[in-house]
Design a protein. Structure first.
Length: 306
């Protein structure tokens, strides 16, 4: 072999290695989650034994994600699919159908519903017709932003990972214990930061912070949306503003993708202020980790209510 040929071979091998650097190693469990919160929590349990990709970006409203071929490509290669459930991410079923990956179809071992065991809030008492546009037909699906529920969520994820890699169960358990311990360490500070505002009334644009508010003693005082996912009518806004004046609600929280200008107008009329919270990991640059997201929301609320 000539020296030139050898160099070409070496360069080619280096190029392949460089190309492979971004791809998951063959021995890692390839996990796809629908949301970035579930990605962060899966990484916390899976550690270096998993390669995790989320279908929704942190700055996308997970209620209405556009199903694209690129999402199907991600799911096609997945060993495990972790879903939020409670009809937040129904669109993922369309992605799964398009991906044609039997490992992650409903009921397959490679499927995790992270909502298992969660006490669902705001379950409608009357039947909700989804054709009316209500996007919470089986109750409020936004449980992942309550750090007090992370132990349950990570336990569900752990079971899914251990089904695929039973020999790694002790490693997953160790990772999960360490993560839950870190949350436990933070929880007293978060609780203390919001304790002075127990009972404070907060208006939401969309009822996304219900589990979070319940955890920390804040009171949900109406939503700008008429019903979840349904744009407000002028009548609804007039009623909401009157209620806010009556109950003394001084804060409106919004998600980055909401109509912040509309929230500003409502707040101005009612004598309240508006704050953007992080509804998911990566929604704001200050909220790029799970604990960072909780921390940002606690600090922002405490500062706004002071
Ligand atoms: Zn929602």
């Amino acid at each position: 072999m000539t020296l030139v040929k050898l160099r070409v071979l070496v360069l080619a091998a280096a190029a392949i290695a460089a190309g492979a650097a971004g791809a998951p190693a063959a021995d890692k469990i390839r996990v796809v989650t629908t949301t970035t919160d579930l990605k962060a929590l899966t990484e916390a349990v899976g550690g270096n034994l998993v390669e995790v990709d989320a279908l929704a970006r942190g700055n996308q409203n997970p209620h209405d994600l556009e199903v694209r071929p690129s999402l199907m490509m991600k799911v096609r290669r997945a060993d495990l699919l972790v879903m939020n459930g409670l009809e937040l991410d129904q669109w993922a079923e369309v992605v799964v159908q398009g991906a044609n990956n039997s490992k992650v179809t409903p009921g397959a071992p490679g499927r995790v519903d992270a909502s298992q065991g969660i006490s669902v809030l705001e379950v409608p008492t009357a039947r909700v017709d989804r054709s009316m546009g209500d996007v919470h037909p089986v109750g409020n699906p936004h449980y992942t932003i309550d750090p007090g529920l992370a132990p349950t969520i990570t336990a569900n994820i752990l079971e899914g990972l251990a089904r695929l890699a039973p020999a790694s169960r002790p490693a997953f358990e160790q990772n999960r214990r360490e993560f839950v311990a870190r949350l436990d360490q933070q929880m007293p500070a978060w609780t203390a930061a919001l304790e002075p505002f127990r009972g404070a009334k907060v208006v939401q644009y969309h009822p996304i912070f219900v589990y979070f508010f319940t955890r920390f003693g804040l009171v949900k005082a109406g939503s700008i949306e008429d019903r979840p996912g349904i744009p407000p009518t002028p009548d609804h806004l007039v009623r909401l503003i009157a209620e806010m004046k009556q109950t003394g609600a001084k804060l409106v929280v919004v998600e980055p993708w909401n109509d912040v200008k509309l929230a500003d107008r409502v707040a101005q009329e009612a004598g309240a202020k508006v704050r953007v919270l992080a509804p998911s990991v990566g929604a704001l640059k200050e909220a790029d980790t799970y604990i960072g997201m909780i921390d940002y929301n606690v600090r922002t609320l405490a500062a706004a209510l002071r």
